[in-house]
Ligand binder design. Structure first.
Ligand SMILES: *[C@@H]1O[C@H](CO)[C@@H](O)[C@H](O)[C@H]1NC(C)=O
Length: 320
């Protein structure tokens, strides 16, 4: 009897882990891919290649990726479409959030103007991951990119809304990374990579204020050199979160209410940077990766994961 149960449990695990399928997106290479954002109106996945710096757009219907160099810039941490302005995007260039004009096809994108700038005294800092909350407010965080960001926690997380003063959501940040909101359960989830943790906050959707941080998942291992580095994150409509690990080959699907791992999605490369749901039914998980520190191919490939039996939310345009 026990053997039968064990075999059944094994088959169960096998079914769970084998239900999904991972495929590369064509021409999707990014040396440091990040910030995937699903644009439902255009049925396109936007993401950045941070150090190129370039904007990329995978067109679902055409099954084709377009790439544009951002003229005159050194870094691009994120890309977010602007509400009502189809050719305008908010992009984190260094310590500035700028408005970039791109038609989604041309090989070059141009900076139009600066929306705002932060941390003038911290020249070694840059914007990293950013997202809009369900109401279209911008949440963007910084990190130190020259020197040791684990030791010198000079990063901050900001909230920006048109017509309001820039708000500091959190100071003492090493590498500001994954962001996700669960409007139904009034939660905001946040990752500072250098904390090796995922935190949950209570979230007031009317004010955009996050409070009462709690650690919901800890990625530390027995030996510090084995600690997993949590990176980008997304959420599904069941309220489960998907945490990319920069050195772990894996996206962890977690139930943030219990801290339980529900699924480990494994990739043929190590530096998994972020993920977001997209596609016509919002049931495809798009995943960015990196090829930092001489990682061999297929590092830097952007993937789609199907068969997860979960759906996400489309990206929200930034209101300016
Ligand atoms: C997209 O294009 C790639 C590369 O040509 C191909 O391997 C893949 O099957 C295509 N996917 C779809 C959904 O057409």
């Amino acid at each position: 009897m026990q053997t039968v149960l064990r075999i059944l449990a094994f088959i169960g695990t096998l079914c769970l882990t084998m239900s999904y399928k991972i495929e590369p997106l064509p021409d999707s290479y990014a040396g440091l891919g990040e910030g995937p954002h699903w644009d439902a109106a255009r049925q396109s996945l936007y993401f950045v290649d941070i150090e190129a710096p370039a904007l990329l757009r995978y067109d679902y219907k055409q099954n084709k990726t377009y790439r544009a160099q951002i003229e005159g810039e050194q870094l691009a941490g994120f890309v977010l479409p602007i509400e009502g302005k189809p050719q305008e995007f908010a992009v984190g260039c260094g310590r500035r959030v700028v408005i970039v004009n791109w038609d989604g096809v041309a090989p070059v994108a141009k900076v139009e103007r600066t929306l705002f700038e932060v941390q003038a005294a911290f020249e070694a800092n840059r914007f990293n991951d950013a997202k809009t909350d369900p109401r279209g407010r911008l949440f963007a965080g910084t990190m130190r990119y020259i020197g040791d960001e684990f030791e010198h926690r000079h990063g901050e997380l900001y909230r920006w809304e048109q017509g309001k003063q820039l708000a500091v959501v959190k100071t003492d940040v090493g590498i500001s990374n994954g962001l996700a909101w669960d409007e139904k359960n009034k939660k905001f989830y946040y990752i500072d990579t250098t904390d090796y943790e995922v935190k949950s906050y209570d979230y007031d959707i009317e004010t955009g204020v996050a409070s009462n941080p709690k650690v919901i998942y800890d990625l530390r291992k027995t030996s510090p050199k084995d600690h997993l580095l949590p990176d980008g994150m997304t959420i599904d409509t069941d309220g489960n979160i998907y945490v990319a690990t920069f050195n772990g080959h894996t996206i962890y699907k977690l139930d943030p209410r219990t801290g339980k791992v529900l699924l480990e999605i494994k990739f043929p490369t190590k530096q998994i940077t972020s993920a977001t749901f997209g596609g016509p039914d919002l049931d495809i998980l798009y995943v960015t990766t990196a090829a930092k520190f001489d990682q061999p191919a297929p590092a830097g490939t952007t993937y789609k994961v199907t068969g997860l039996n979960a759906k996400g939310y489309p990206g929200v345009n930034l209101k300016i």
